[in-house]
Design a protein around this ligand. Structure first.
Ligand SMILES: Cc1cc2nc3c(=O)[nH]c(=O)nc-3n(C[C@H](O)[C@H](O)[C@H](O)COP(=O)(O)OP(=O)(O)OC[C@H]3O[C@@H](n4cnc5c(N)ncnc54)[C@H](O)[C@@H]3O)c2cc1C
Length: 316
């Protein structure tokens, strides 16, 4: 059993920012991260909207944040699997599948989210065989091919534009007659000659035996269905918060998003949350970083209060 002052669950931008602030405040801090260091940032080919940093790859930005946290003394364990979590009580306890157990005075939850799936026939079977949720990871496989992008938000439009570097043509399939994205993202996609649009349309099935060969598209205006040849489909239709492991712990809303107050405090004393997993509207690296900072500052105050009280009780 190893004792820390604060444990951060999740190593994306929210968790890494928290790690930087906590370690700098001289708190013994551990980041436990189920995935690759950097979270969703590493899925992003290019980040152009993080203030103070000119265009940078998600991988590079993640690496800088990770290095910064480590330089201040933060311990980071990636690719772990959380087995048990006890958040009530003064001493919080996290156990991992490999048998390690860690305790701390406070915990910051930053588990982020993951891409939402369409849940239509063929999707599970053809995932990784033509169906992808990450343009950076898989775009290069589709050089000179005609591909489909599903979605109508910022990620869908930005990634569709980035995919035109590889693909000969990108067809965006979107269920509504308008996009839910920033104007500049819409304009950039609309002005790209390699992109065409299939609005008010949805994919109802993926076809192919070994690899994806085509998709079934339903036109929502007419109700008509047609088969569309595609070797690659990239799905960008939002995310699901990674909070199922928190059921029966902190208070969450109907979407499984953690409810926090202005100090990023959850319903449990000494437990804070930040980033894409909390109930909020806008999900960006900069917002995750800001919330990670607030959570760290609040957790710092809380942790020092607990430590000082314990010291005082020992003296008495
Ligand atoms: C394709 C794509 C492009 C994007 N482009 C941009 C962009 O250009 N600019 C921008 O600002 N934002 C962009 N975003 C959004 C941005 O990446 C997210 O808002 C941000 O990464 C959220 O940070 P986070 O730390 O809350 O969570 P995440 O980045 O999701 O990180 C959470 C981490 O926690 C881990 N984890 C999950 N469950 C557990 C658990 N139980 N215990 C421990 N660890 C756990 C995950 O594996 C992950 O490593 C993009 C997102 C995507 C998907």
């Amino acid at each position: 059993m190893e004792k820390y002052d604060v444990i951060v669950l999740g190593g994306g931008p929210a968790g890494l920012s928290a790690g930087i602030y906590l370690s700098r405040a001289r708190l013994k801090t551990l980041i436990l991260n189920e995935g690759t260091a950097g979270g969703q940032m590493v899925l992003t080919h290019e980040i152009a909207n993080y203030p103070g940093v000119e265009k940078i790859s998600g991988y590079q930005l993640a690496n800088i944040m990770r290095k910064q946290a480590k330089e201040f003394g933060c311990d980071i364990r990636n690719n772990i699997s959380v087995k048990g979590i006890e958040l009530t009580g003064e001493e919080k306890k996290i156990s991992l599948s490999d048998g390690s157990v860690y305790t701390s005075y406070s915990v910051i939850l930053t588990p982020g989210g993951r891409p939402r799936t369409l849940n239509v026939p063929g999707e599970t079977e053809l995932k990784g065989r033509g169906i992808s949720y990450c343009a950076t990871c898989d775009g290069d496989f589709f050089s000179g091919r005609e591909i489909v992008v599903v979605g109508g938000g910022n990620s869908a439009l930005e990634e569709a534009v980035s995919l035109t570097r590889y693909a000969s043509k990108v067809s965006i399939v979107h269920q509504f007659d308008h996009f839910q994205a920033f104007n500049h993202a819409i304009e950039e996609a609309r002005s790209n000659p390699k992109i065409d649009f299939r609005m008010e349309s949805v994919i109802t099935a993926f076809n192919g035996s070994e690899k994806l060969e085509s998709v079934e598209i339903k036109d929502l205006k007419t109700g008509g269905k047609y088969r569309f040849a595609a070797e690659g489909v990239f799905i960008f239709i939002g995310y699901v918060p990674n909070t199922s492991f928190l059921v029966n712990t902190v208070k969450m809303n109907d979407y499984g998003e953690i409810i926090v107050n202005n100090d990023m405090a959850t319903s449990i004393n000494g437990v804070f949350a930040a980033g894409d997993s909390i109930a909020k509207k806008y999900r960006q690296i900069s917002t995750a970083v800001g919330e990670g900072t607030i959570a760290a500052l609040a957790a710092t105050d809380f942790t020092y209060q607990v430590k000082n009280r314990m010291k005082h009780e020992l003296i008495l």
